[in-house]
Design a protein around this ligand. Structure first.
Ligand SMILES: [Zn+2]
Length: 263
């Protein structure tokens, strides 16, 4: 029963994340106004019964009821990804404050990844909201465990994350003689450091994101989708690596230590 509830809760949150993904990067709309969702093509408000996560997309066959314009498949995908990741977090953490922290983290990373991929920006409002939300939940966990140290490790993680990526950006720019990384990536890494802690989590996030970014970047350039000069947003890779480390970080780290023979 809990699984079903979390799945539908995830779909609902995913639906809200879609609103954030569309509205936050656009100056002419905000999260609150207009109140009703609307079709980006014909601007007609969307009926409540046409706004049910995933189901409405399937029933409408991916087209607006009024103008028949195609609805991006990204909408149901974001909803399904949110629901799926929420279930994964429940499986991993159970009903704990750590589960709540993971849900908040997912709900920040998903819009960051999609907005960065589409617009090459990581909005400050998501970073700030995330840090405030994360701080509240982390304080709750520290209180529950009676461990002030837990809160401290998160603050160290945020500072270490921001500083590390800032250093990578400075060195990268010097070597490549062009802007290697945006300020948004540095802020995102601080956010990731706050939610995951510093060591070894941050090192793993940097390793996985650099590796996957290099592979995907090479594929995109070789296949001609992107030119060598066109920027490839780093946010989606950082977000993906962060989810990986959140779920399997401890297991992967132990496997790594065994592999290099330290254990
Ligand atoms: Zn329409």
């Amino acid at each position: 029963m809990m699984w079903v509830f979390i799945f539908f809760f995830g779909l609902a949150v995913g639906s809200f994340l879609n609103v954030c993904i569309y509205r936050i990067p656009r100056a002419d709309v905000s999260i609150h106004s207009p109140r009703r969702s609307f079709c980006p093509e014909c601007s007609n408000p969307i009926n409540v019964y046409d706004n049910i996560p995933v189901l409405s997309y399937l029933l409408l066959r991916g087209k607006c009821r009024q103008c028949r314009a195609r609805i991006s498949v990204l909408y149901p995908l974001v909803e399904l990804a949110t629901a799926g990741l929420f279930l994964g977090m429940y499986y991993h953490f159970g009903l704990t404050l750590e589960f709540l922290l993971a849900l908040a983290f997912i709900s920040l990373l998903l819009p960051i990844a999609v907005i960065d991929a589409q617009h090459y920006i990581i909005p400050n409002v998501i970073i700030v909201t995330g840090l405030v939300l994360g701080l509240v939940i982390v304080c709750g966990i520290a209180y529950q465990r009676s461990e002030v140290w837990y809160l401290l490790t998160r603050i160290i993680g945020a500072v270490a994350g921001g500083a590390t990526l800032w250093l990578v950006a400075v060195i990268g720019s010097a070597i490549l003689r062009k802007k290697a990384m945006g300020g948004g990536d540095i802020k995102l890494m601080a956010l990731i450091g706050f939610f995951l802690g510093a060591w070894p989590e941050l090192a793993m996030v940097i390793g996985f994101s650099a590796l996957s970014g290099a592979v995907v970047g090479t594929v995109l350039i070789v296949s001609g989708v992107k030119s060598r000069q066109s920027p490839i947003p780093y946010g989606p890779f950082l977000a993906g690596a962060a989810v990986l480390v959140l779920l399997w970080g401890d297991r992967l780290w132990r496997a790594y230590l065994q592999f290099v023979g330290w254990n």
